[in-house]
Write a protein that binds this ligand. Structure first.
Ligand SMILES: Cc1ncc(C[n+]2csc(CCOP(=O)(O)OP(=O)(O)O)c2C)c(N)n1
Ligand SMILES: [Mg+2]
Length: 804
């Protein structure tokens, strides 16, 4: 059983000076006032939603004292006190986020894109280059799903292990100093029920990484008490088996009370030391925390907490206990503390007002510009009365938001549709300009906007010696990975069976023996934290390739990719990046869980990532090279059935690249265009050959990357020539084939060129049945392609191509 350790012997060393204690007290007061006033702002209608860190102040002050330069936090919405104590969050910034101020200076964490309580520091300069992370305090960018901070936390801690054990990284001092950095996690008691928590805890225990997890236990998860969440109602008791013992590695587990200032200081200081020096993970269970204002602005806790519980929470409020501690130890007088509290309150009020002024000021300017432009356009318009009414109503709006302004202008322009005036043109161009600014405010940075955008990587074509050897596809990859391991110490690969045997298809065969275990590494079976391990490591400047053994098992990791990685640059407006590559393999092989091609699912979930679908390993190796020269997160889906197929080994491995967003015409033809990717390329090429024999010339195009998709309009140009198109793949009907069709028909304005109805040729809606016959009857076959294309040509020339 995890026990409360006897701490008293060590306390002396960690207790700060009286002056420092009073500094902590003031931050606790400031943070509390921010919570109290923040809630009022929501109820006054100045912000939409609020969630605050009241009742959790003291533990965060202790954590901040143990936190060092270069360390990383990955936590959740209660951590405002910690961020303030580090000097990484001003009260004004706190309120700017609450109001959704879309300025990076005002809200450096998310530029108004995330609701309040989502903390982040900026790892990147404005141009997307890295800052020196070891010279600053770092917080990974928070996300809302409970426990989803855990997989990335594992990766942040794992990076320290990589930096400590990979000697080639010694010179990367801006990212790590000998792997001395600790990754500090925070999580609510109820969120520990999530699978992501247990998977991360287990993995960190196995890996022995410097990860400190602090559980803020206030007894509830919204309205649900601990007895419904946790075995024995106590997470540190439930996790006691993870505790390290004589001769067996594991966790240091500490339990401490959330109102005990000295106990907390000692706990966090000891945890930091154990993790930093010995790379031992530590769990700190902080119990008896409170929630003075309830969970969030969405409801009141009187609905589910008993009168006794509410009384207890008042009496054991950590800030109150802190005050009692200070008075009892004669660190300050009651008058002095009252004065500090009054100062704190005044400061929060002032900064809150400044935040509101800055937030509403910019909108007010836009509003008054719009009002006068509409008024001007109203003059001489047949709709004058309505337009003047519109502008007057807009001018009178209380606490206007941007939507009020823009929607009024758009409605005004609708009313002005028959007018022709200079003033109308001015209103129109004002709107266009505002929409451009609003695009930057609300829609920028889905992808990298730096000079390392994958779109900027120059194409270098593969070269082949005259007598280039014919090798198994996997050997082309192996040659590339070997080259990369040799030439970039930041590059490493890990996943199930990746290490000793060099992955199940042997693209890393022999490379662990050659380059060491820290570069080519086996992991447990745990897809969500394999992804998290990669995200965290990439956030710290490393270049991980995280392997998901089969595409069908991506679902376990998809949440982390979608919620965290794909949204990272967007939700920080370019403040953080994690250029990791997910390596996986899919499309046709055998059966329901080894032949999937759920590309539509991936395309919908992973906007923000680059999705590569190479047809063979030569293309795949070139794509890896492109992506490793860029700073974007990506996924490469290799063809499961392609590792043993023969390919010519290029002579310029490591140099040649494959551009993203650029389809390749694999076969020219004049009659119809067939667009596909991945394993279907071979099927379609075989079909095209047979079709040619019967007089139909098909132009076959491999899209190569689904995101980005054909940015030069190569497919459109082909359709302008053939006037007919079929989109074929192995996904379900309406999946990626429908995506490709939308991109081409809508995105490339191809409708006027079509002489036949555009078609898709996907797989069946069910998962592929087992074995070769299962494949034949589930996925598009050569005959399916031939018949589909033939039917299209039959409609055009029924005489030349009679019905089969
Ligand atoms: C995956 C997921 N499910 C549900 C929610 C909604 N939700 C937000 S906070 C919360 C309770 C979390 O409680 P706890 O972990 O104890 O943290 P506390 O708020 O008490 O500090 C829930 C259910 C969510 N954000 N994510
Ligand atoms: Mg809780």
């Amino acid at each position: 059983m995890a026990k409360i350790k006897s701490l008293s012997k060590n306390r002396i060393g960690v207790i700060p000076s009286n002056e420092e204690i009073l500094k902590d007290y003031k931050i606790a007061m400031i943070s509390r006032q921010a919570s109290l006033m923040g809630r009022k702002e929501v109820f006054m209608g100045k912000a939409k939603f609020g969630i605050f860190g009241d009742g959790k102040e003291l533990a965060q002050l202790a954590m901040a004292r143990a936190f060092q330069l270069g360390d990383f936090r990955s936590g959740y919405y209660r951590d405002q006190t910690f961020m303030m104590a580090l000097g990484e969050l001003s009260v004004q910034q706190y309120f700017a986020q609450l109001y959704a101020h879309t300025d990076v200076e005002a809200d450096p964490a998310s530029a108004g894109r995330l609701m309040n309580g989502h903390f982040a520091t900026r790892s990147l300069n404005e141009d997307g280059s890295w800052k020196s992370l070891t010279k600053k305090y770092n917080s990974a960018a928070d996300i809302s799903p409970t426990a989803a901070q855990m997989p990335k936390l594992l990766g942040l801690a794992y990076a320290s292990k990589v930096f400590r054990h990979n000697k080639g990284l010694k010179s990367f001092q801006d990212f790590s100093v000998n792997g001395n950095e600790v990754a500090w996690g925070t999580i609510g008691n109820a969120s520990t029920s999530e699978g992501l928590f247990f998977e991360s805890i287990n993995a960190a225990g196995v890996l022995q990484v410097p990860m400190v997890v602090a559980i803020w236990d206030d007894g509830y998860g919204i309205s649900v008490p601990n007895k419904y969440h946790t075995t024995k109602g106590d997470i540190s008791e439930a996790l006691a088996g993870f505790e390290r013992t004589e001769g067996k590695e594991g966790y240091e587990i500490i339990k401490v009370k959330g109102w005990d200032y000295e106990g907390l200081l000692e706990a966090f200081s000891r945890a930091g030391q154990i993790a930093r020096e010995g790379h031992v993970p530590v769990l700190i269970h902080v119990v008896e925390m409170t929630q003075p204002q309830g969970h969030s602005t969405s409801g009141s806790h009187e609905r589910y907490k008993s009168a006794e519980r509410l009384d207890w929470e008042k009496a054991w409020d950590c800030n109150l206990k802190f005050r009692e501690y200070i008075l009892k130890n004669a660190i300050a007088t009651a008058d002095q503390l009252d004065k500090l509290e009054a100062e704190a309150k005044a400061q929060v009020k002032k900064e809150k007002e400044a935040a509101w002024e800055a937030f509403s000021g910019s909108i007010k300017n836009e509003l008054s510009e719009a009002v006068s432009l509409i008024k001007a356009a109203a003059q001489g318009s047949s709709r004058r009365v309505i337009l003047e009414q519109m502008s007057e109503e807009l001018a009178k709006t209380i606490n206007p938001i941007r939507k009020d302004v823009i929607s009024t202008v758009r409605k005004a322009l609708l009313n002005l549709r028959f007018d022709q005036s200079q003033a109308k043109e001015e209103l129109k161009s004002w709107l266009i300009r505002q929409q451009q600014i609003n695009h930057d405010r609300y829609s920028s940075h889905l992808y990298s906007e730096s000079e390392w955008s994958a779109l900027n990587v120059k194409e270098v074509k593969p070269e082949f010696d005259e007598n280039a050897p014919n090798v198994d596809g996997r050997e082309v990859l192996q040659a590339f990975f070997d080259y990369q391991l040799e030439n970039d110490p930041r590059f490493f690969a890990f996943g199930e069976d990746v290490g000793k045997i060099g992955d199940v298809n042997q693209a890393f065969a022999g490379l662990q023996a050659k380059h060491g275990e820290i570069r080519v590494t086996d992991t447990g079976i745990r897809e969500a934290t394999i992804i998290g391990q990669g995200i965290g490591a990439a956030l710290r400047g490393l270049r991980p390739v995280a392997e998901i053994q089969y595409l069908d098992y991506l679902l376990y990791g998809l949440q982390m990719l979608s919620d965290d990685l794909a949204s990272l640059q967007y939700r920080t407006k370019g403040g953080q990046k994690a250029p990791m590559i997910v390596r996986t393999r899919g499309h046709r092989l055998e059966g329901v869980w080894h032949a999937g091609s759920p590309m539509g699912m991936i395309l919908s979930a992973l906007r923000g990532m680059i999705i590569c679908v190479p047809r063979d390993m030569t293309q795949a190796a070139g794509m890896y090279n492109t992506l490793l020269k860029s700073d974007e997160p990506a996924m490469i889906i290799e063809c499961l059935n392609g590792y043993r197929l023969k390919e010519k080994l290029p002579s310029n491995i490591g140099e040649y690249t494959v551009p993203v967003g650029k389809p390749e015409v694999l076969r020219e033809g004049k009659d119809l265009t067939l667009v596909t990717y991945g394993s279907m390329c071979r099927i379609v090429l075989d079909a095209a050959q047979e079709l040619s024999d019967i007089g139909i010339e098909v132009e076959v195009i491999d899209v190569q990357t689904l995101l980005p998709f054909d940015i030069e309009g190569i497919i459109g140009k082909s359709i302008q020539k053939t006037n007919r198109v079929i989109f074929a793949d192995e996904d379900v009907p309406g999946g990626a084939s429908a995506f490709m069709m939308q991109q081409v028909i809508e995105g490339q304005n191809i409708f006027p060129y079509l002489d036949s109805e555009p078609l898709t040729l996907p797989a069946k809606p069910h998962r592929p049945a087992y074995s070769s016959d299962g494949d034949y009857f589930s996925k598009p076959s050569v005959e399916d392609v031939i018949e589909k294309a033939y039917e299209m040509m039959h409609e055009v020339h029924p005489k030349k191509f009679p019905k089969i």
